[in-house]
Design a binder for this molecule. Structure first.
Ligand SMILES: Nc1nc2c(ncn2[C@@H]2O[C@H](COP(=O)(O)OP(=O)(O)OP(=O)(O)O)[C@@H](O)[C@H]2O)c(=O)[nH]1
Ligand SMILES: [Mg+2]
Length: 407
């Protein structure tokens, strides 16, 4: 039983074919990939994840299950370690059952946005700690959005959701249960979905077909992948034994079977190749260098920091702290110099004022002295004059003074 599982993993999962550079780096400690799935109840989320990763991540919700209930959308996280050619992938799937279920779906995206943001926040907080060695990266690398196979076009809730999420996460819109539509219906449905996506300027994840460094085969492969977006997929957890004895994942119908892996009937194979084999690193890279960067810039701006990205190619909190300290020092020095200049000026002003008042005092003193001298002189002159005119008092004079009784 376990031998079969191991063989299946080797043959099908394929992330050990990761680009060499990353492969070598990741081989020891393994690497993380975090996938979020969003879509209404019973649309086929759990089935597709189990089909994609050849493992029963759902529904065994045991140890590593975290559930949050918020505004009707329940967010559940499940992790599994998948081994492929001795490369370990820690796959985390974040499931959001309950999305779009209630009658009033206004804001049903809020708990999903909050979940994505809180993962960015946690990464940012760890990055801001000066020791980086143990960063736990829980950021969402890709979000598979399940479009209901109505055959019409995108519904309002799809548009609202995609519009709000495309700046935060790599969006991979897919049409689920593709077996419920005919291939002609699918062609028209895909065209209308793409027209809606472009009319609303929604960014979805697309493999590049213009990279000069890619070889021709890769470019051809990417073009092929691009032509199938949005992927119409079929999922199944059941295996069917073919006449040659091989076991394949398939869905059974009264008239026969459809193999999940059959490119003639659906795009499951292309989706899996893109997600796991060819573009897992692109998804992680875009999340880190574009989506997270944007989030971080906005967060730092909100906190009042300004970052000149032309100077800091990579975010380095130690460098920023050093830069901040330098700026702060320069500011202090400038302030000190200004204060010194003002002080000097005040001292000079005070000194000159003192000198001035001293001079004033002196001149006033001189004036006063002069006028006092003058007064003294005048008084002396008067005294001399009085003394000169003075005569002794005679008795006659006394008798002359008769008064009332002398009359
Ligand atoms: N016809 C068809 N049925 C499918 C397909 N994928 C899944 N189903 C069926 O749809 C039903 C719901 O599938 P799940 O994978 O449990 O759906 P889900 O989105 O995880 O549902 P919740 O967890 O309840 O939100 C099951 O009966 C599946 O067998 C498909 O590709 N085609
Ligand atoms: Mg489910």
């Amino acid at each position: 039983m376990s031998a079969i599982t191991k063989k299946t993993l080797k043959g099908h999962v394929g992330f050990s074919n990761y680009p060499d550079q990353v492969h070598r780096k990741s081989i020891k400690k393994g690497f993380n990939f975090t996938l979020m799935v969003v879509g209404e109840a019973s649309i086929g989320k759990s089935t597709l994840i189990n089909t994609l990763f050849e493992t029963k991540i759902f529904p065994e919700r045991e140890d590593s299950v975290v559930t949050e209930l918020s505004k009707g959308v329940e967010i559940t996280t499940m992790s599994a370690d998948i081994l492929d050619n001795n490369v370990k992938l820690r796959l985390t799937v974040v499931d959001t059952p309950g999305f779009g279920n209630s009658l009033n779906n206004d804001n049903s995206w809020t708990p999903i946005i909050e979940n994505i943001d809180s993962r960015f926040d946690s990464y940012l907080a760890q990055e801001n700690r000066l020791i980086h060695s143990k960063i736990q990266d829980n950021r969402i690398d890709a979000l598979i959005y399940f479009i209901k196979p109505t055959g019409h076009s995108l519904r309002q809730i799809d548009i609202e959701f995609l519009k709000r999420l495309h700046t935060k996460v790599n969006l991979i819109p897919i049409i689920s249960k593709a077996d419920t539509l005919t291939s002609e219906e699918l062609v028209g449905f895909k065209q209308r979905i793409l027209a809606d996506i472009s009319a609303h300027n929604i960014q979805i994840f697309k493999p590049t077909t213009t990279d000069l460094y890619d070889d021709l085969e890769t470019i051809r492969d990417n073009k092929e992948t691009l032509s199938k977006i949005p992927f119409a997929v079929i999922g199944s957890e059941n295996f069917v034994e073919l006449p040659d004895g091989s076991r394949v994942r398939a869905r059974k119908y009264p008239w026969g079977i459809i193999q999940v892996d059959d490119p003639e009937t659906n795009d499951f194979r292309t989706l899996r190749r893109m997600l796991i084999y060819n573009h897992m690193e692109d998804l992680r890279d875009y999340t880190n260098t574009v989506l997270y960067e944007e989030y971080r810039t906005q967060s730092l701006l909100a906190m009042g920091h300004f970052q000149d990205n032309s100077v800091f190619k990579e975010y380095n909190p130690a460098l920023i702290a050093e830069e901040d300290r330098k700026l702060h020092d320069i500011k202090l020095q400038k302030m000190e110099a200004e204060m010194n200049a003002v002080f000097q000026q005040k001292v000079v002003e005070k000194e000159s004022k003192l000198k001035q008042s001293e001079e004033e005092l002196y001149s006033r003193h001189k004036d006063m002295k002069l006028s006092l001298e003058k007064q003294r002189k005048a008084l002396e002159d008067k005294k001399k004059l009085i003394e000169a005119n003075a005569r002794p008092v005679t008795p006659m004079d006394k008798s002359k003074k008769k008064g009332l009784f002398n009359l």
